[in-house]
Design a protein around this ligand. Structure first.
Ligand SMILES: [Zn+2]
Ligand SMILES: [Zn+2]
Length: 184
């Protein structure tokens, strides 16, 4: 099995909340302790065995593989250049830097970390929108994933109504984004 990312851990937490399950209930269901599950959901994937993670994935129907890679995430390589780089995410849900996916009928966007030079202003390199450098809801520092670990709110708010077929919408958008990235 490929390594479970911190982001995937948060996605499991989202999926559990969406099902209205408490950690104790889910832990009993997959046969682990509540504390291990809690640490796993908090971003420590090694707290659960591979087998338990597979059971969780099956039970919560969370895919264990990332559907779209994030080639636009620029790693800081420790060189002097990284000092001039500001990391943030683009709050525009139509922007190709935000990849939509659906968990139990709710639409989420996984923002790519966009980098911008402070001299040019912290703007999205894809669409020009001003980048958010902190959680727009509570001001907490950014974590990986679609939702703020501090307050649980979505970083990118969907502008479309969730009454439409969000699964079809997310699939269509992901295909568009893949094409867009291939063209670049
Ligand atoms: Zn953008
Ligand atoms: Zn927050």
């Amino acid at each position: 099995m490929s390594r479970v990312s911190r982001e995937l851990c948060l996605r499991f937490a989202e999926a559990r909340r969406a099902k209205g399950l408490r950690q104790t209930e889910l832990a009993a269901q997959v046969g682990c302790t509540q504390s291990a599950l809690s640490m796993f959901e908090g971003g420590q994937p090694t707290k659960l065995s591979e087998e338990t993670v597979k059971k969780l994935a099956e039970f919560l129907r969370v895919p264990l593989v990332e559907e779209v890679s994030s080639p636009m995430v620029v790693p800081t390589n420790g060189s002097h250049e990284s000092l001039n780089v500001v990391h943030g995410f683009c709050p525009n849900c139509q922007c190709p830097s935000n990849v939509p996916y659906v968990v139990d009928g709710r639409l989420f966007y996984r923002p790519s970390r966009t980098v911008a030079s402070p001299t040019g202003g912290p703007r999205c390199t894809q669409c020009g929108e001003l980048l958010e450098m902190r959680c727009p809801s509570c001001g907490a520092p950014l974590n990986d994933g679609a939702c703020c670990a501090a307050c649980g709110s979505r970083y990118v708010t969907p502008s479309i109504t969730e009454e439409i077929d969000v699964v079809a919408y997310a699939r269509m958008r992901r295909e568009e984004i893949i094409q867009f990235r291939e063209l670049k």
